[in-house]
Ligand binder design. Sequence first.
Ligand code: PAF
Length: 277
Amino acid sequence: MKVIDAVAGLRAVHQETGRPLGLVPTMGCLHEGHLALVRRARSDNATVAVSIFVNPAQFGLPYDDFSTYPRDMESDLSKLREEGVDLVFAPSVEEIYPGGFETSIDVGPIADKLEGKSRPGHFTGVATVVCKLLFIVRPDRAYFGQKDAQQCLVVQRLTADLDLGAEIVVVPTVREADGLALSSRNSLLDTEDKRAALVLYRSLCLARELWRQGEGDAEQIRRQMRSLIESEPLARIDYLSIAHSKSLEELEIIDRPALVSLAVWIGQARLIDNILL
Ligand code: PAF
């Protein structure tokens, strides 16, 4: 496994890289959710590259603190070696954003809703770094988790609009046996928080159940989800949405493919999760 920290170093190995090349962009501190992306990339491609870069441009207090974001390069590299990864790109902040760096990418309305509304500037930071990573690594495919559903839509918009040429592959959310979606932020949960955090997935399952029983009124479903979450004293809702799965426009009637998504504070952690109807 080659570990490269410079853009020039990566360009130097482009010629000898077997194709197709799959890239898994990450911010490190890898868990089974990331490894599911790596495994999918491994089964689809001749060469697998993983980037590890904690991107300061997508952080903003109070949700995320760049300086305290967990980092564990040694453990990440050993996990990636075990998965048979070929190439790790782990640049410094100065390598990606050298002095004088000014450009930023605004992907338009898809980035302004839900997470974008709660975390202004977040998706500009994501789109800018993903664009740079795709230019630098030049993958045939790039892998993202369905747990960050809006990020997947933003990246799909970005790659289509700028003809970046990589296929964006979305991999299903990995959950604990009890339903909790895997996330680096779960490390902020104590035992009691973890129990309380199950209310996110339970509310998504409730939405699916109501819809399966024939409920098509989105507001009725939102109301029942809200009251379930509010019955958990440790939970505080940031947003709860039933929206068209492509445009993220809120739905009144569920007559098109829908994304049910939510962000909920449990103690110090702001957790997100979603399902597709
Ligand atoms: O999902 C993440 O870890 C990040 O948003 C990404 C895609 C690596 C960009 O920094």
